[in-house]
Design a protein around this ligand. Structure first.
Ligand code: ZN
Length: 291
């Protein structure tokens, strides 16, 4: 199966990069059994920041911005609305495709190919979501609700990383490092949240706490999904993060998050409502209560 279109700024369909991405898509389907029916196309962008901000998702509130600083966040796969039809579209920086084309043994190439497989994994996740929860996906209130968006993003990262972990096991090291960075920034943000709380501005404090908490959970979800995808346990494989856990984030919280995510995974084909991912709020509340 070929996605409807793969395009790169100013290049023809015969351009080697485009032929190469078609091959990567075919091998991702063969290796991971991905369902890419929802994929509208892949756009390779020479100017990623600008291309992302100008991309039309078709949603009224769907303006995109490219986030930086996240290891896996170097591409994105937004849902798009075309008339009444939901699809998804992969946006990739041209550099990722150029890196992916380098010789096989290069670490840069392996990580770039992982990035492309990871984004294709998001298409598979979107397919599950939209086929069963179309109404919820189109519900503007749910799209703006920080709790729904955060839980959904956490689940999605777990699902995708678990699905494609074998593409590049060495990503685990990067994920450990980004977990440590996320823990550090969560501690800093929680101090800001506590200061707002003590000044009587609970709402602003909560906004900080939820934002930072979900950032942390998304990073943990990547790590846990990757470990599960490789059949490795958190305690055995992750040497750095436990040493950084603190009074605010404890091992028991990570284990609770892991239990919830892996329970959702085993039931992923029988969910009856998208609201079930809200179970992820239980471990998050335990942490936020300590701020
Ligand atoms: Zn992702």
């Amino acid at each position: 199966m070929k996605p409807a279109s793969i395009s790169a700024d100013g290049f023809t369909p015969e351009e080697p990069s485009i032929v190469f991405v078609h091959q990567l898509v075919a091998s991702a389907i063969a290796n991971f059994g991905l369902n890419l029916d929802l994929l509208e196309g892949i756009t390779i962008l020479a100017d990623y920041q600008r291309g992302v901000s100008q991309f039309d998702t078709g949603f009224e509130d769907g303006a995109l911005s490219a986030s930086e600083g996240s290891v896996v966040g170097v591409g994105m796969t937004p849902l798009v609305l075309r008339g009444a039809v939901l699809k998804c579209h992969i946006l990739l920086p041209r550099k990722v495709v150029d890196d992916a084309k380098m010789p096989d043994h290069s670490e840069l190439a392996r990580k770039a190919r992982y990035t492309i497989s990871h984004e294709l994994g998001h298409c598979d996740d979107h397919q599950n979501l939209t086929s069963r929860f179309r109404a919820e996906v189109l519900d503007t209130a749910a799209r703006r609700n920080v709790l729904d968006v955060g839980c959904r993003a956490t689940w999605s990262e777990y699902y995708v990383c678990r699905l494609v972990a074998k593409e590049c096991p060495e990503m685990l090291r990067d994920m450990e490092e980004s977990t440590v960075r996320a823990l550090e920034s969560f501690e800093a943000e929680s101090r800001i949240a506590a200061r707002y709380g003590s000044m009587g501005d609970r709402e602003e404090g909560q906004r900080h706490a939820f934002g930072a908490g979900f950032n942390l959970f998304i990073v943990f979800a990547r790590l846990l999904g990757h470990l599960d995808g490789l059949g490795m346990s958190f305690q055995a494989a992750c040497r750095i993060a436990p040493a950084y856990l603190s009074n605010l984030v404890r091992m028991a919280d990570v284990e609770e998050l892991h239990r919830t995510l892996s329970a959702l995974w085993t039931r992923r084909h029988e969910w009856t409502a998208l609201k079930e991912v809200r179970q992820l709020l239980t471990p998050l509340s335990a942490i936020l209560n300590r701020i």
